[in-house]
Design a protein around this ligand. Structure first.
Ligand SMILES: Nc1nc2c(ncn2[C@@H]2O[C@H](COP(=O)(O)OP(=O)(O)OP(=O)(O)O)[C@@H](O)[C@H]2O)c(=O)[nH]1
Length: 658
């Protein structure tokens, strides 16, 4: 089975493996690859399996690469893997060739990648160099996937904090720094892209000192593109990052980091061995479910699955246990030897769903096909929540919870591109809390679930907020403050990173940023703003349910919950958008936005008789047939509410109204 994340993982790893010999290898110029490759040559396919007992805990380093989006994490990871001979040299720049369409189009990484490498290093005070086992975890940069970052960090003792030498510290640099700092990781600042003409490493060093108290002399200067400075990265990892804690003599405790489904092997779990040792054939149990399994295969990602028969304390690798579904593999679970008693590890906070949306088949009869596609796609993505729901307008469908809007978009795109599913998604909503007159409180993930006249029963409502970090060149401060106040933001902090860049923190209602905030922010700052957010508490708010009615009939899938003072504007925008995208039909259509029984906006589409065959003048029967087919295909994508046909595009357009 494939899935959003599984496939990206496979392709990312294929990316590591694909030799494109025509590309220049930056390391050849420095002779680095010859000097630093250590183990992999010895462990080519023909050689004996890797003997992990040669790597006691003091010879292991687990580290992550964290950065703002596009500062060069994946490129640096590739280079380190090349440098250690873990992947073939010279596969070079066209890294998007092997990626999924969705990743190519968006140029993003959505899933943390793990790879084990081996590196020879002469430690201070030692006469002879020795080989170290290094586990590198590359992480996604986009804010929606910071859950992935925090999970990856749980298996690490250190992190390379990569900062673009020209762009300097950005919003996700700040967010990722604090994730690593709070996890007590050793942080090695890496100022990357020093080959760029606009690079200003000294300015970035000063920013790192003023914002994070990182010593300028500790920063490594690199270009993942030209190879400059890369020879200092792995020695710094070995010298500065401590080996993992844990004891090989204690009973086994391993942390389940991630899982995905492989068609041939079944569920593959990524694990970190915190204590003890694990061998093929061992019987293990899950602390979360109590379920017992046998270890059918165990090994490391080097960077493909490489069986080793054993994993020892401090090591990160994979296990195959015969689990039939990834639902059995609870991320953050502690696995231990059956018949031993251990204290479960702290695990992770469950993924928090920030945005909910309904997903419906564009053609109602396709429910089973959509069900199948969603099942396959979610098989490996523990971060999407799915429950079945039904709508009067759209029939049977699903309510899905996502980590953010990008996560939602990627999911839709994958459903369409990979499973050919045509879906209609409803306006994204955030989880509001409503209190009713009987004192009960409910979390509302679907606006349609609220009674249309909420004032009658609702006594109070709360909405989720986020703490947003925004970094911008100083000249854009004014427009950004205006945008944030329009979005009901409350300024918490305003300072300057250096003479050119301002740093702001705002509390904003989540509802205000899920739709179009980032695009707007980019557009008013000519693309220079960087933005990140973390979820915060709920705040009491004045919210109302806004209904959309077509010819007097409410369309449940178009209902939305809005801030009362904005209801008038949102209602007007929704009605205008619908007027634009609903075709004229053989009768007049009225479109209304209403709060309870009060209509706040209204438009009419006048009647028109549309006859597709009228376009055919002669008796060309094939042309007639083609047109009829096209019309039928178009109809399939329509939803009928009462007698009104609504094209899919109308639903898509509603997503953009904030
Ligand atoms: N000039 C220059 N470009 C670089 C360097 N390192 C990376 N790049 C380019 O910067 C762009 C982003 O690099 P990635 O490695 O994909 O960045 P990332 O941080 O992994 O991005 P996400 O995974 O999407 O968060 C790519 O076009 C790289 O080729 C460098 O040292 N110098």
């Amino acid at each position: 089975m494939g899935s959003l994340f599984r496939a990206s993982k496979t392709l990312k790893i294929r990316k590591y493996l694909s030799p494109l010999s025509s590309i220049n290898n930056p390391f050849d110029a420095f002779g680095l690859s010859q000097r630093y490759c250590s183990h992999s040559r010895q462990n080519s396919k023909e050689s004996a399996p890797i003997d992990l007992s040669r790597y006691p805990i003091e010879k292991i380093r687990n580290f992550s690469i964290i950065a703002h989006v596009d500062h060069g994490k994946s490129t640096l990871a590739d280079r380190l893997l090349e440098l250690t001979g873990t992947i073939k040299r010279g596969h070079g720049q066209p890294q998007y060739l092997d990626k999924l369409q969705v990743e190519r189009e968006r140029g993003i990484t959505v899933k943390a990648q793990t790879a084990t490498m081996f590196h020879r290093h002469k430690s201070r005070g030692c006469d002879e160099p020795s080989t170290f086992l290094l586990n590198l975890i590359d992480t996604p940069g986009h804010v929606d996937f910071s859950y992935e970052v925090s999970r990856s960090l749980a298996a690490c003792q250190g992190a390379l904090l990569v900062v673009d030498a020209a762009q300097g510290v950005q919003a996700q640099t700040v967010a990722n720094f604090y994730l690593a700092f709070e996890s007590n990781l050793t942080i090695i600042p890496v100022i990357n892209k020093i080959d760029q003409p606009t690079a200003d490493p000294d300015r970035v060093k000063a920013q790192l000192k003023s914002m994070f108290d990182l010593e300028p002399s500790d920063a490594l200067l690199t270009s993942a593109k030209t190879g400059q400075g890369l020879e200092h990265v792995l020695p710094a990892v070995i010298e500065r990052i401590p080996p993992p804690p844990g004891s090989s003599g204690s009973p086994l405790r391993m942390l389940l980091l991630d899982s995905y489904y492989d068609e041939y092997k079944g569920v593959i779990c990524h694990v970190a061995i915190v204590d003890g040792a694990l061998r093929k054939g061992d019987k293990i149990s899950s602390a979360a479910t109590g379920q017992a399994y046998e270890i059918l295969d165990v090994g490391i990602m080097h960077p493909e699955l490489t069986p080793t028969g054993v994993l020892l304390s401090g090591q990160v690798g994979y296990v195959v246990t015969g689990m039939r579904s990834t639902k059995e593999a609870r991320i953050g679970d502690t696995l231990y030897h059956t018949r031993t008693t251990v204290e479960p590890l702290p695990g992770f906070k469950p993924a928090k769903h920030m945005v909910f949306s309904g997903l419906y088949p564009a053609d109602g009869s396709d429910f089973e096909a959509l069900n199948h596609a969603i099942e396959r796609l979610t098989c490996n993505d523990a971060s999407v929540s799915i429950t079945k729901e039904s709508s009067t307008a759209l029939g049977l469908g699903f309510r899905c919870g996502f980590l953010g809007l990008l996560h939602m978009d990627v999911f839709h795109q994958r459903l369409e591109q990979e499973y050919g599913a045509h879906v209609i998604s409803t306006v994204p909503t955030v989880p509001y809390i409503f209190e009713y007159s009987d004192g009960s409180k409910v979390e509302v993930q679907n606006p349609a679930a609220l009674p249309s006249n909420p004032k009658k029963r609702v006594t109070a409502c709360w909405e989720p907020t986020v703490i947003a970090t925004i970094i911008i060149p100083s000249e854009y401060v004014g427009p950004v403050i205006t945008l944030c106040s329009e979005r009901r933001g409350q300024q918490l902090e305003y300072s300057f990173i250096d003479s050119q860049r301002a740093f702001m923190k705002y509390r904003l209602p989540l509802r205000e940023i899920v739709v179009d905030f980032y695009n707007e922010l980019k557009s008013i700052t000519s693309g220079y703003a960087s933005f990140d957010y973390e979820d915060s508490e709920y705040q009491q708010s004045d919210l109302v349910k806004l209904d959309i009615l077509l010819n007097g009939q409410p369309v449940d899938a178009m209902a939305t919950i809005v801030y009362n003072l904005k209801a008038q504007r949102v209602g007007r925008e929704l009605v205008d958008k619908l007027k634009k995208f609903i075709d004229r039909q053989m009768f007049e259509i009225t479109i209304q936005a209403a709060i309870g029984s009060k209509v706040i906006a209204r438009e009419t589409i006048s009647a028109m008789r549309k006859n597709v065959l009228a376009k055919c003048y002669g008796g060309d029967i094939t042309r007639k047939r083609k047109l009829l087919e096209k019309q039928k295909e178009g109809k399939k994508r329509m939803k009928r509410v009462g007698s009104v046909d609504i094209p899919q595009e109308a639903f898509h357009q509603l997503l953009k109204v904030s």
